[in-house]
Design a protein around this ligand. Structure first.
Ligand code: ATP
Ligand code: MG
Length: 546
């Protein structure tokens, strides 16, 4: 096999394949089912499943469900759906809780080896005796209990003889270790909590640092890829694998988390937004969750492309959200059909058309796609153009319609302004225009020079639309205001009612995305009371500075 590595993790993998250390590369994605996946997780997904795909290996989905009070099946289901949406396929669906019995047996084994003991300290006492980065910790007075006593106490912990938090099982490593994680870390705790899979069977639960390496090793994972904050846990990870005597233990490799400027990347805080009603659930289109991005209309390939462009690094950094938008825009530009929508309609009467006259113009669905089809737009005597595409008093360099001026209707004729009707405030209420015969594409008058091209919609053959415009959930952090709670953007959603769209919009299924020409990319979100709702996916303008 000859694989070109594209980052430091793949370098390691290629070496392990070449040296014959491994023949099959095995990774896993290990979410805790305590919330929905966010865009940060997509990076981990792309790394782990990307390695599976590139090196023809395997990748499991393993739920790290060792924290029963925070976890729920709702999250399990959402996580599976989100991974499928990204187009990844896991080999096995596993749960840390499936190994509770084996995990318990390994803990017994450690006790028997004399490297684990039951400690009667409570959480405060453990913290207080842990020492600091400068000072060693103090050994627990329970540290030298006999193997027999430890075995009995641990069994009794499992049997429910002791109150929650009154005893723990600790690894007996080194209270003077410069690495705090090695100072006799807790590996089992007593907790009477209902577990979403094991019910009330257990009242002792393993700690993540114990369950995680065991899960990896038992599953045959070769490379256990995690984020940088686990770097200091690696010695403990290796200690567990060694003490449990795994022959070819997994290797933990850390990479930098994905951080996006102005974007919340913590399930805990995202959950708060949901609970406080700041958003309409985990899949609110403003949420940086995978389900939110899907609801918003972000295409899965764009999210993956974003992860690829961010790359895999060993140092933490912050990515500009404009890069994600750039990827979304790039994908939609190539894949979204064009449609005409007028946000703030201004009525135009075409005086030289008959009342019931209809003229059809064929337009290409997506000029950026070679295989694109066509659809018709219908021109009638009354149409709408965008309010801002006409000016009574044009500002300098104005390129649209003015009194007595001409403009091209996108995909159709050139229109010539005749007269303006004003409302009581003196604002244009209605325009009278004439179309210029034979000025459509291919016509003898098509070459007449006009200042601009505008979108338009037939006034009686159109779709009533409501546009949901999203802005960032957070306003920019300043030195004084860094707390998320104080940075919530009160204008993160604006709903524009009364927009009009061409009939083609009624043909698409819910979820289809469009480029509303000269407006933005929008996703069709369904009809309510006869009005079609569209979510703004991303603006047309690129703010990303390559
Ligand atoms: P959160 O802090 O949001 O709860 P987490 O790290 O606790 O995130 P897990 O469910 O434990 O969430 O994460 C599953 C996997 O996704 C882990 O391997 C974790 O390292 C990775 N991951 C989580 N957040 C990010 C991120 N921002 N960038 C890259 N990988 C991430
Ligand atoms: Mg976590």
């Amino acid at each position: 096999m000859n694989f070109e590595p594209s980052n430091f993790i793949e370098d390691i993998i290629v070496k392990d394949l070449e040296s014959g250390k491994h023949n099959l590369i095995y990774t896993r994605f290990p979410p805790e089912p305590n919330g929905y996946l966010h865009v940060g997780h997509s990076k981990s997904l792309c790394i782990n499943f990307g390695i599976k795909e590139k090196f023809h290996g395997k990748c499991n989905l393993r739920f790290d469900d060792t924290n029963p009070t925070k976890e729920d099946v709702e999250y399990v289901e959402s996580i599976k759906e989100d991974i499928k949406w990204l187009g990844f396929e896991w080999d096995k669906e596993l749960y840390a809780s499936d190994y509770f019995e084996q995990t318990y047996d390994f803990a017994v084994k450690l006790i028997e080896k004399g490297v684990a003991y039951v400690c009667d300290y409570n959480a405060d006492q453990i913290r207080e005796t842990r020492g600091t980065l400068k000072e060693p910790g103090q050994e627990s007075p329970y540290r030298n209990r006999s193997v027999e006593e430890n075995l009995r106490l641990f069994r009794e912990m499992r049997e429910g003889k002791y109150a929650d938090g009154s005893k723990v099982l600790r690894a007996k490593i080194d209270m003077a270790s410069p690495n705090m994680n090695m100072r006799d870390p807790v590996i089992y705790r007593i907790l009477r909590a209902h577990h979403h899979r094991t019910g009330d069977k257990w009242c002792v639960y393993p700690m993540y640092d114990f369950a995680h390496p065991l899960g990896d090793a038992l599953d045959g994972v070769t490379h256990s890829i995690c984020t940088l904050e686990f770097e200091d846990h690696r010695p403990l990870y290796d200690w567990v694998c060694e003490q449990c005597e795994f022959e070819n233990p997994p290797r933990q490799i850390e990479f930098a988390r994905l951080n996006i400027k102005n974007t919340i990347m913590s399930k805990r805080y995202l959950k708060k937004l949901v609970e406080n009603g700041n958003v309409d659930g985990w899949n609110d289109p403003r949420m940086p969750t995978l389900s939110g991005m899907r609801e918003r209309g972000y295409p899965a390939p764009a999210v993956k492309e974003f992860c690829a462009r961010v790359g895999v690094a060993k140092a933490n950094g912050e990515v500009d959200p404009a890069l994600l938008e750039f990827c979304v825009r790039e994908y939609l530009n190539a894949n979204a059909d064009r449609a005409m929508v007028v946000e703030k309609p201004l009525k135009v009467v075409i005086d030289n058309m008959a009342d019931d006259e209809e003229q059809l113009f064929s337009v290409v669905d997506n000029p950026n796609n070679e295989n694109s089809g066509t659809h018709n737009v219908v021109l009638t005597k009354e149409i709408y153009i965008e309010e801002t595409d006409f000016a009574l008093v044009p500002p300098p360099k104005y390129k649209r319609l003015v009194e007595g001026g001409m403009i091209r209707l996108k995909g159709s004729y050139i229109l010539k302004h005749v007269s303006t009707e004003l409302d009581e405030n003196g604002a244009p209420k209605l325009l009278h225009c004439e179309y210029i015969e034979d000025s459509a594409q291919g016509g003898v008058n098509a070459g007449i020079k006009v200042k601009g091209v505008v979108q338009w919609v037939s006034a009686n053959k159109c779709v009533d639309c409501e546009l949901y415009k999203y802005e960032s959930l957070l306003v920019d952090a300043t030195d004084e205001v860094t707390d998320f709670n104080d940075r919530l953007n009160p204008n993160s959603l604006e709903v524009v009612k009364g927009a009009k769209g061409e009939l083609y919009l009624d043909e698409g299924e819910v979820g289809k995305s469009y480029q509303f020409m000269r407006v933005a990319y929008y996703k069709y979100a369904g009809k309510k009371d006869g009005v079609s709702r569209f979510y703004r996916i991303v603006s047309l303008k690129d703010t990303f500075n390559k």
